[in-house]
Design a protein around this ligand. Sequence first.
Ligand code: ATP
Length: 601
Amino acid sequence: MDWVSHNHSRSHSTVLSSQLARATHANEFVPRVLSSNLSASPNIINSTYPPLNTSPALVKKYEESEVSTHVSPQSTSPPPNTSSPVLHDKGNNGMSAYQENVGGTTYFYQYPGGGTSENTEPVVATPTGSNITGEYNVYTVKQEKSFFISDDLRTDILNRNVLTLLQPDPQQYPDLPLEVDNYHELFPLEPINNAMHKPHLGHQTSMYKATHIKTGVHYCLRRIHAFRLQNTKCMAYVELWKKISHSNIVQLKEVFTTKAFGDNSMIFVYDYHPGSETLLNKHFSTDQPGYCDPFTDSSTPRPYSYQKNNLMRHQQNNKLPEPLIWNYIIQLTSALRIIHSSALACRSLDPTKIILTSKSRLRLSCLGMMDVVLSESNTSVNHLALIQHYQQEDLTALGKLVVALACKSTMAVQRENVSTALDMVSRSYTSDLRNLIMYLLSSTQRRSVTDLMPMIGARFYTQLDNLHNHIEALDHELSKEIQNGRLLRLMAKLATINERPEFNMDAAWSETGDRYMLKLFRDYVFHQVTDDGQPWLDMAHIIQCLNKLDTGVPEKICLMSRDEQSILVVSYAELKHCLEQSFHEIACQSSLVNHDLDEKL
Ligand SMILES: Nc1ncnc2c1ncn2[C@@H]1O[C@H](COP(=O)(O)OP(=O)(O)OP(=O)(O)O)[C@@H](O)[C@H]1O
């Protein structure tokens, strides 16, 4: 059999074969380089470097509705029209077009003769205003918009930074200790002394963000108020928990007792994940607009059929998408797998103890606490059997959590509601989900988290694919910032030299020799004016000049003195040499060597 097909002619004898043909030819859909005015907009990344990657710009759906781009930096400026693709209206020749979705990418085809026959070779429509005449093209759903990190990601990171750097107001929290063991700058993550706050495991608890005094790293402190440790044997569990590092687990760092709060408090130190919200808050909070628990309404006496219909209608309108539920299941089972294989049990698989960060990332947040607070002091107890029992409870808790998510109600798992809830699940979701729930809730057999893997099946691949796409998108954003960092370093070097008032007792240092050329270059890059003397601002010019300086290209430019009496013709290579030389002089004399301005790329 010839595995490499060289015959690109397609068989359209059946719909299936035509679809297969398109799918297998998908990699032929190479975007053409659009002809555009090179000076129209800046190209920070590739001004002087060869294009890093000109692979097809494909866009895939990420998770629920988000669209992430995988557009590699293009070697030319983006086309001016960045709106959604518009089908070319050939008007006069009457060409019609159709679209097709292959693996999440929408392809637009045209029938040259305006016909719709299956046997007609499709020609892809071209974007309005461009002069592409080729056979195939791929439309990206979202065009490359910026040379800098995307707005969404920037906002997300900035928000997290702000939350991380929040400082407590001493007037608002006068009772907060300044230091607790090795931690300071405590900031409450939930209202202190909230009367509505229910005790956790019979104890009052509170959460704080804190900074480690020596390392400056931020952590999350979970405090158990007025708690006295009965025996220290449970600390063996703490050591085991500290060793568990997993992407779906909030890692436990240490546990200690303190009197800093004026009582005997026990502190559990965890990794801090800024901007987290609990699963309860995300999906079951009555504060959310439009949320109401379908089962709370059932307390009103009504005919059974009315009640059931009402529940069904409510659930259909509010249900979580099944892929999201499987996404959660995969993450939770992944965490449970590592916990159970370490001979431990979670014991707190509860919507209040699972936190979510951006992109539906889920983490178990309260691990190890149950083992300490509810530690078994009886030495005759068989701990292995106990752990196995707790592991079975974990799986039951997971089953209940999935039911709650599928019904969008924490009341769904109550004994009297379970059968209605399962009925609702069967009607709204696939039998796979129902089977998984039935397995998790069955009490007649010994269950194992590894048995869930075949039930999840090929959804693992979808999850993996989504994650890889997300990583690629982040990688792409990062690559843009690397270029920006390089240029920032270059500008920092220039600024360190330009107009330095004095160097080595020489007040004219920055105005003479190499430095004078750099000063004129600074004017050339940043202080351009139009014919009538108005500032001329063009990022393309700035970026291009800086990139050429960075690479030291042989190209020559004219630098004019400010009095316009002399002109220097100098190459970027010479300017680069001047820059290196002058900066080296300053660096050798500097008392602080930690300037970190030398290029490491
Ligand atoms: N590791 C963490 N990093 C950052 N924030 C966290 C972390 N763990 C929990 N949080 C946040 O702290 C807050 C309080 O968490 P907690 O676990 O006490 O939830 P809760 O709903 O108040 O539960 P309970 O009623 O049992 O106290 C929540 O907003 C949660 O998102």
